[in-house]
Design a protein around this ligand. Structure first.
Ligand code: UD2
Ligand code: MN
Length: 289
């Protein structure tokens, strides 16, 4: 059960709905994640998108957006990745005519990284602010190369990062659910969100895959011709080591589902920064005991 958001959408009465197919899409895009000068600065990115409202919220100023989409990024200490992400993705999401905002959920404690729990925090905190219909959960190191891959939430949960340059633009395995996913607000609540118990690298995505199957939902994928991504090259942080418990946790995904997730989520928000380009939520996830 979620509290009412601070604010809800109020598009002017006399506006028409945006078109089903956004007219400004370009298709394949030039994306360069290895620039000698590095990505633009946060302030340059903000200058490039003057219509951004506080916290990196944007919506078309000429039609009623069809989709209110919160983009949630699990994050710790990847500023260069975040700047590349913002520098490309704001423009793309605007051409897609979404009513969207970028929420960066920043794990500020010293425990192992917990991607899935950060996504749960992002969901709850975003829902306190606005009446989002749709969530896109997004690794910070992936940038979309074709704006025809629309960041919307169709009738079933989706795995969006289908074709990534690092994996020769092929799906790694049929049940993969890592990278970028989308779910409607209602689906996410029905699934009890992600598990909170995956500390360190791996398994949290497979656990969500299991939840979706157990809930008798289907997983959709956009076509690999448009769902194309570049991944920024990176090493794995020593604070995000492969989690040795992931295999045993995955054996009881089903029995944990009703008690491990949104309804057992505990965390402490340390600060919420509404920057021009994104909302940064500093969070202490507590102990992995
Ligand atoms: C894969 C998955 C990812 C997740 C992970 C296992 C794909 C394309 N990606 O990513 O979704 O399931 O395996 O947990 O399938 N991060 C930080 N700071 C850190 C560590 C992680 O910001 O110190 C964030 C960041 O958004 C990053 C994401 O967590 O993109 C996933 O971590 P990763 O990129 O190190 O792991 P990777 O590429 O193996
Ligand atoms: Mn990665």
């Amino acid at each position: 059960h979620l509290p009412k958001p601070e604010k809800t959408h109020d598009y002017p009465e006399n506006w028409q709905s945006c078109l089903e197919t956004p007219p400004k899409l370009r298709g394949q895009l030039e994306v360069d994640l290895n620039q000698t000068a590095g990505p633009k600065s946060f302030s340059e990115i903000a200058t490039d998108s003057p219509a951004l409202k506080s916290g990196g919220h944007w919506s078309p100023a000429y039609c009623k957006a069809k989709n209110r989409v919160a983009i949630v990024i699990p994050y710790r200490n990847r500023e260069i990745h975040l700047r590349y992400f913002l520098m490309y993705m704001h423009k793309t999401l605007q051409r897609q005519e979404l009513d969207y905002q970028i929420f960066v959920v920043n794990q500020v404690d010293d425990n192992s990284f917990n991607r899935a729990k950060l996504l749960n925090v992002g969901f709850v905190e975003a829902m306190k602010q606005y009446d989002w219909q749709c969530f896109v959960f997004h690794d910070v190191d992936l940038v979309l190369e074709n704006d025809k891959c629309l960041y919307r939430c169709p009738e079933m949960p989706r795995h969006i990062s289908v074709a990534i340059d690092k994996f020769k633009y092929k799906l790694l395995y049929a049940a993969i659910f890592g990278g970028i996913t989308s779910m409607t607000t209602d689906q996410y609540i029905q699934l009890n969100g992600y598990s909170n118990l995956f500390w360190g690298w791996g398994g949290e995505d497979d656990d969500m895959f299991n939840r979706i199957r157990f809930a008798n939902m289907k997983i959709l994928r956009p076509p690999p011709t448009t769902a194309r991504f570049k991944m920024i090259k990176h090493d794995h942080e020593s604070s995000n080591k492969p989690n040795p418990k992931r295999f045993s946790l995955l054996k009881n995904s089903l029995s944990r589902m009703s008690e491990d997730g949104l309804n057992s989520l505990e965390y402490t928000v340390k600060a919420i920064h509404k920057f021009p380009t994104h909302t940064m939520i500093d969070v202490d996830l507590g102990n992995d005991g």
